[in-house]
Design a protein around this ligand. Structure first.
Ligand SMILES: NC(=O)c1ccc[n+]([C@@H]2O[C@H](COP(=O)([O-])OP(=O)(O)OC[C@H]3O[C@@H](n4cnc5c(N)ncnc54)[C@H](O)[C@@H]3O)[C@@H](O)[C@H]2O)c1
Length: 370
């Protein structure tokens, strides 16, 4: 099959796993031809390590005749500008999460892509991993009957105790919902379908936080965004969901995601990862059953490479998009799905601020199961 050629913009923290996986486990299906970063040394180092051509600017890369898809792994506030440049140059683009910071930007990006007949894809792609795909299969095969409700919890105490520069998590575009919500909401939409309306309550646990990680230990951060957000989701299917994302919780024993059906309950593994334990308990059963994962060879914990391969499939979303373009079929980690998730996250914050329900204007198809 013809291989799509990828150009990467942004050689930061997350780029390592993309470079490894797109040249490694997905290397037979996709080819990285160029990369760039504002910080020249980063681009040159990666170019040397992976034998890929480094170009000077994102503008050079998006206009290159050797690039079909731009992989945009810059920080969220740069997603729109880089993606629009790609689309204007007639290139497909795949953004890291969130699709863009603002709904208006994301809508403009999708409109421009449609006008230029190019595709938009976006992370997260963890819902294409063995864990959530196993849950999808169980739901689609009716093991819990008809899903009637779901709950999701992302509870932690923020990132200032480990991240070297954590301030952005507490500024516009940050907060626990925009940081981690894409993983949880993408998983929920993949499992239960689109959402029609949301409500929510968002609070700030502390007006100021103190960094305890190095090198900024002792520095105060003024918190500008809500850090505990409770949302209610009405799915088009009739199911009702609850999601709590928080940077104000020291400890908790809540599950990641549970789906409640007319015939049983399904425990979904951490949607931030590609696999994990899937547990099912059907009505009248006394115990939970751990369900073998689909898409996986038997695990061998002694084989580290195998464990890594099975556990981190980052890049599967853009690989699926590349193949979908060649095959002329829809890709799974789509711009429409990412836009719907972005609108849900903003809608929960709007509902809290305005004291009303927020009716979703967007919708999307459930991506096809693997
Ligand atoms: N770091 C993680 O663990 C992680 C995990 C999941 C998702 N993500 C997502 O990945 C994306 C990148 O995160 P990161 O942690 O790698 O950020 P980062 O700050 O480490 O790296 C971003 C890089 O993009 C470069 N850049 C920005 N604008 C550019 C432009 N116009 N042209 C060329 N280079 C440009 C910066 O110089 C920087 O090197 C974000 O969307 C984030 O949400 C990160």
């Amino acid at each position: 099959m013809e291989k799509m050629r990828i150009g990467i913009v942004g050689i930061g923290k997350i780029s390592g796993i993309y470079l490894n996986n797109l040249t490694g486990m997905f290397g037979k299906r996709i080819k990285i031809t160029e990369l760039t970063d504002l910080i020249t040394e980063r681009a040159e180092k990666a170019a040397g390590d992976y034998h890929i051509k480094a170009v000077k600017t994102a503008d050079d890369l998006v206009k290159s005749p050797d690039v079909d898809i731009v992989l945009n792994i810059t920080q969220p506030q740069n997603h729109f500008e880089v993606a629009m440049a790609a689309v204007r140059a007639g290139k497909h683009v795949y953004n890291e999460k969130p699709l863009c910071v603002k709904r208006e930007e994301a809508a403009e990006l999708l409109k421009a892509a449609s006008a230029n007949k190019v595709r938009v894809g976006a992370a997260p792609d963890t819902f294409l991993g063995a864990g959530i795909q196993t849950c999808r299969k169980l739901i689609d095969e009716g093991w819990i009957g008809r899903p009637v409700a779901a709950s999701a919890f992302m509870l932690c105490h923020g990132h200032e105790h480990w991240h070297p520069a954590p301030e952005f998590y507490y500024k516009t575009g940050g907060g626990p919902m925009f940081d981690m919500g894409p993983y949880y909401l993408t998983a929920l939409v993949n499992l239960l379908g689109p959402v029609t309306r949301v409500s929510g309550s968002a609070q700030k646990g502390q007006a100021e936080r103190t960094i305890t990680s190095e090198p900024l230990n002792g520095t105060a951060i003024k918190v500008d965004v809500p850090t505990h957000i409770t949302g209610v989701l009405d799915f088009a299917s009739g199911a009702v969901g609850t999601i709590i994302t928080s940077f104000d919780v020291w400890s908790s024993s809540m599950p990641f995601i549970e789906i409640y059906g007319t015939e049983g309950t399904l425990q979904v593994p951490d949607p931030n990862y590609f696999r994990g334990e899937v547990r099912l308990r059907r009505f009248r059963e006394e115990n939970w059953s751990v369900i073998p994962l689909v898409l996986c060879e038997p695990d061998n914990p002694k084989d580290k490479d195998n464990w890594q391969r099975l556990n981190n499939w980052r890049g599967i979303g853009i690989t699926d998009m590349a193949e979908a373009i060649v095959e002329g079929r829809p890709h799974r980690a789509s711009g429409e799905l990412a836009y719907h998730v972005l609108e849900i996250m903003h809608g929960i914050h709007d509902a809290s601020a305005l004291g009303t329900y927020y009716q979703l204007k967007s919708s999307c198809q459930r991506p096809q199961a693997f």
